[in-house]
Ligand binder design. Structure first.
Ligand code: AMP
Length: 409
């Protein structure tokens, strides 16, 4: 059987990330997807746009193109040209579908969804709850539809995995009518990653996902924790938007909501100004000027106090969520680290569980120091609760969900 190709698009306001994968052929499917090409167009609309394209099977090296890319249409056309140059053109009959990462699916979308006009309208209706993300995702979908109107387009939602949260975890304790009228509730994000990592972690433990309880810590530039019982999310740290929860690269995570009106009253900051402060100038970057954990680690090594405090605040919040989700789950089989920081920053993993032997949690120093791309255990042999590092792969998860949906049609 020949493989089907799936193009995965992750469209941001000024960027377009893509990956082309082959699934379902001999040697494909069942997690054996082949990655054919990957790349990114950044600074779309500016003079300094750049396309970086990397073919992964032809042996050709990475190619870069600098120069203005006017809009997302032009960006996707440039991507199509690069793929065509590798013999992977988007007009090839092997291309079965395009899978789009869509950030907010609200209450309506809890599964990967074939996109039609009604679905697009509904994604647009969610713009007020995801003003930074959904408009860019919609642009990506429309662009892809113009390029290949005949092809199935599938939306895979970042919120979907969290739709199983009980009302006790999903609701804020605010007036119910106001909340319902304006759809104010906790949706959670990074769901594609939490879903993928949960499945892979159960595989690593040799357990059935339906009988496995996990705390998944997705620590990237954005960061979120989730409590997963038997393969289903029962709580997660991000809320109405990706701002709630852990300390992140540039986002504050949890603050007293009164900070917002306090800054309005005493500093005259309007909603947009506070939004920008909490989303872009807070978190690690707000605390010490750097949001890259490698740089923070290096500065700590030089005795930099601001970097040390930023790290301590980051870890303190992480440990609070770890403890909270331990209590939410009652029994925990594994704590799983993923994403840029979780997969690479051994000091973060060590500090996150330090002194928690009473909860059955510990990391083995040597195992924690190992680097690699494979899922691995870092807890000591025979530990009551496993601690694991499981590299995430959101593109593969989107491709697999897209493939499953279109092959069932
Ligand atoms: P992500 O959003 O998952 O791509 O993660 C990006 C973040 O991962 C960066 O901002 C860094 O803080 C962190 N990171 C990436 N590589 C390393 C590394 N080798 N050591 C420590 N942190 C890293």
């Amino acid at each position: 059987m020949t493989a089907s190709r799936i193009l995965v698009l992750n469209s941001g306001s000024s960027s377009l990330k893509y990956q082309l994968l082959a699934l379902g052929g001999d040697g494909g499917g069942n997690g054996n997807a082949a990655r054919l090409a990957t790349g990114l167009v950044e600074r779309i609309g500016e003079e300094t746009s750049r396309l970086v394209h990397e073919p992964l099977t032809t042996g050709g090296g990475r190619r870069e193109r600098d120069g203005r890319v006017a809009d997302h249409d032009a960006a996707l056309e440039a991507v199509a040209d690069e793929l065509a140059a590798d013999g992977l053109g988007l007009d090839a009959p092997e291309l079965a579908a395009i899978g789009h990462r869509v950030v907010h699916g609200g209450l309506r979308f809890t599964e990967p969804t074939l996109i039609d006009d009604a679905v697009l309208t509904e994604i647009e209706r969610l713009v007020p709850v995801a003003p930074l993300h959904n408009p860019a995702n919609i642009t990506g979908i429309r662009t892809a539809q113009r390029l290949r109107p005949d092809l199935p387009q599938v939306a895979v939602f970042d919120t979907a995995f969290h739709a199983t949260m009980p009302e006790s975890a999903a609701r804020y304790a605010i007036d119910v009518r106001t909340a319902d009228e304006h759809r104010v509730r906790r949706y959670g994000f990074h769901g594609t990653s939490h879903a993928y990592v949960s499945r892979k972690a159960a595989e690593l433990l040799g357990r059935d996902p339906s009988e496995t309880n996990l705390i998944v810590l997705h620590l990237g530039n954005g960061a979120s924790a989730s409590a997963v019982r038997g393969g289903r999310c029962v709580d997660t740290s991000m809320g109405l938007t990706p701002l709630e929860g852990l300390v992140m690269g540039t986002r504050s995570g949890d603050v007293d909501p009164a900070v917002v009106f306090h800054l309005h009253r005493v500093a005259g900051m309007d909603a947009d100004a506070v939004d920008e402060l909490l989303n872009k100038r807070s978190g690690l970057v707000g605390l010490c000027g750097d949001n890259d954990m490698r740089e923070i680690d290096r500065r700590i090594g030089e005795g930099d106090e601001a970097a040390r405090l930023a790290f301590d605040i980051y870890i303190h919040r992480l440990r609070k969520y770890l403890g909270a989700y331990y209590a939410v789950l009652g029994r925990v089989d594994a704590v799983v680290f993923t994403a840029g920081v979780g997969e690479n920053a051994a000091p973060v993993r060590e500090a996150a569980v330090a002194g928690l032997e009473g909860l059955g949690l510990a990391v083995d120093k040597d195992l924690n120091a190992v680097r690699g791309h494979e899922p691995r255990l870092i807890s000591p042999e025979g530990a009551r609760v496993a601690v694991a590092v499981v590299p995430t792969d959101e593109e593969l998860e989107i491709a697999e969900q897209t493939y499953t949906l279109v092959s069932a049609r």
